[in-house]
Design a binder for this molecule. Structure first.
Ligand code: ADP
Ligand code: MG
Length: 273
């Protein structure tokens, strides 16, 4: 059965006993526009450990992208704070953000788009090109190295944006529905690649998706958010051993996915806080 809501982020952290990467403390976001106020997030508290793979699921409009932007320090929340811990306190801005669209620079070729991530990481020019090419190989874009983004399909552009973020060594990867635009087969491939890269070169990942199967396949933990205004409904550990084989754990993973669906389908007033 699914765990109850995350009442106290620090208590959760203490029980896991790993180094913490950052904590969102009582984060709320209200947007004020011409047509009044939109409350996007209310009182979101969340602790994320170093090298953890955290997935966030929730209905469209519940503030998932807003939360990622706040974590990336691209936006200051209306209330609450995001606190980075230890060595990460100094590197607040060093996160790789993969957005749903426009994740590439249109004026750079594919190989230069990926190399750009390495430039940010301080890798010398010659090495950048070699590593960028090796990476394009991994994501199936080697033949398109010298193409510009507008010459690629939507799915290819998305893979390129993912590649650029993954190839750099940002300690925190923030991924906003990165595989949403991909066809099913490419999506499976990219999920595998992402897990492979994460296993070989651990870093903290916060991965937003509206696909619960994807969250259970990828995450160490799934944070479930309610519809707008977004708040955390539940914080669900994913118990399956890695490397994951969800055919092996088919019954258990199905049950977990169903539990999360039930939470999302529960009318707000009846969800225990
Ligand atoms: P999600 O990513 O979960 O679909 P978002 O974080 O994009 O949700 O948006 C949450 C809510 O906040 C939505 O109702 C959206 O319209 C609103 N919103 C997001 N960004 C802005 C903004 N810059 N100005 C006004 N409203 C916004
Ligand atoms: Mg979004």
């Amino acid at each position: 059965m699914v765990a109850t809501s995350l009442a106290d982020a620090s208590a959760t952290y203490a029980s896991r006993g790993r180094a913490r990467h950052f904590t969102c403390e009582h984060v709320s976001q209200t947007f004020t526009g011409d047509r009044g106020e939109v409350v996007a997030l209310t009182d979101v508290s969340l602790a994320v450990d170093v090298n953890e793979f955290l997935c966030i699921v929730g209905p469209s409009g519940c503030g998932k992208s807003t939360l990622l932007r706040i974590i990336a320090d691209l936006q200051t929340p209306t209330a609450g704070t995001v606190r980075f811990e230890g060595e990460h306190a100094e590197h607040r801005g060093r996160s790789g953000l993969v957005v749903q669209e426009h994740g590439t620079f249109p004026w750079l070729s594919a190989v230069d788009n990926v190399a750009f991530g390495l430039k940010l990481a301080g890798i010398p020019t010659a090495e950048r090109r070699v590593r960028a090419m090796a990476f394009l190989e991994r994501v199936g874009l080697a033949a398109f190295a010298n193409h510009y983004p507008h010459e690629l399909s939507v799915g290819m552009r998305q893979r390129l944006g993912i590649g650029r973020a993954m190839v750099g060594h940002a300690p925190l990867l923030l991924m906003d529905e990165p595989f949403g635009a991909l066809d099913a087969q490419t999506r499976r491939h990219m999920q595998g690649e992402l897990l492979g890269i994460w296993a070989a070169d651990r870093r903290t990942v916060v991965f937003v998706t509206h696909d619960i199967d994807e969250a259970v396949l990828l995450g160490d933990r799934v944070v479930v958010m309610s519809g707008r205004p977004g708040r955390i409904l539940a914080d669900v550990p994913v118990p399956f051993a890695r490397p994951r084989d969800l055919r092996r754990d088919a019954a258990e993973s199905r049950a977990l996915v169903e539990d999360i669906w039930r939470l999302l389908d529960t009318p707000p007033a009846t969800v225990a806080r």
